[in-house]
Design a binder for this molecule. Structure first.
Ligand code: ZN
Length: 287
């Protein structure tokens, strides 16, 4: 199998967030010949939306996604309203940055204002997600900003996302936009979905409806020592990345390959120039 086009490499800014601020990450991408970036809202807010947008534009980077919106479920109506308001702001920020999509981590069980889970009603949480998505979609469609539902590994169902498979994300898209994409699609992150026996079918189904908005890569380490912050560099774990890329390409995906690595004990401790050089090399050779 041929390796990926190096020009398709994008860096999720979390990959070097422990070492660098957003301006330095943007400069680093330029220095390493990396053409895409996916910033986080807190990184953007730290320097201001206008400044962030200008720096990214001046560097000629494609914004493969803004991280992130979502977190729809809440204990009460006021909480859900606050989440929706914040999501509308996230859509507007994504527009200002020229992002290809707003990535949505949809939220888990309802929490109170202090962030404590107050319910065991997972089915109800999924209904809140569907309803929240539907409401946000109206604003996003008006703004012309695609929304990408990112299914998360089921270990995060309680606290981060109760949409855990591509099949579930596809079903939500079908329910809310029955006639095809219409601004709602999915982000395929290999860390979350690599294990799924229905993955190939899910990618094909999303592609057929023009709903493949983003592709996030890293690797699954064995053992994984921290469920959130021990993602592996491509080639260091057990994910068959070339095969999943092949499925994405066969399904019609032509977008970038965004490296997203949260790594408290390894990559966040390395020289960030070494991290970016390694991303380039592993993208070319092991993805
Ligand atoms: Zn991701």
């Amino acid at each position: 199998m041929a390796g990926p086009d190096p020009a398709l490499l994008s860096i999720n800014a979390a990959t070097v967030r422990a070492q660098w601020t957003l301006p330095r990450i943007i400069d680093g991408c330029a220095r390493h010949g990396i053409r895409g970036i996916a910033p986080w809202r807190d990184q953007v807010a730290a320097i201001g939306l206008g400044d962030a947008a200008k720096r990214i534009r001046d560097a000629g980077l494609t914004v493969t996604g803004l991280c992130r919106g979502g977190m729809f479920p809440a204990a009460d109506r006021a909480g859900r309203r606050a989440a929706l308001d914040d999501n509308r702001r996230a859509v507007d920020e994504a527009c200002a940055l020229g992002a290809r999509c707003l990535v949505l981590v949809v939220g888990g069980l309802p929490k109170d204002r202090a962030g404590t889970i107050v319910s065991r009603d997972l089915i109800g949480a999924r209904e809140m997600v569907r309803d929240g998505l539907g409401e946000l979609l109206e604003h996003a469609q008006g703004a012309g900003m695609p929304l990408a539902i990112e299914p998360l590994h089921p270990m995060y169902a309680a606290d981060r996302a109760c949409v855990n498979t591509l099949a579930h994300a596809n079903a939500l898209c079908d329910e809310l936009c029955p006639k095809g994409s219409d601004g709602l699609g999915v982000a395929v992150d290999v860390y979350h979905v690599w294990w799924d026996p229905e993955l190939a079918a899910g990618i094909a189904r999303a592609g057929a409806a023009d709903r493949l908005f983003a592709y996030h890569i890293c690797d699954w380490l064995v053992p994984t020592t921290d469920l959130l912050n021990d993602r592996g560099m491509m080639g260091d774990g057990v994910v068959d990345l070339p095969r999943i890329r092949e499925w994405m390409e066969a399904a019609g995906y032509r977008g970038m390959h965004e490296v997203e690595i949260f790594s408290q004990e390894t990559w966040w401790k390395r020289d960030p120039d070494v991290v970016l050089a390694t991303c380039r090399q592993r993208h070319a050779e092991r993805s």
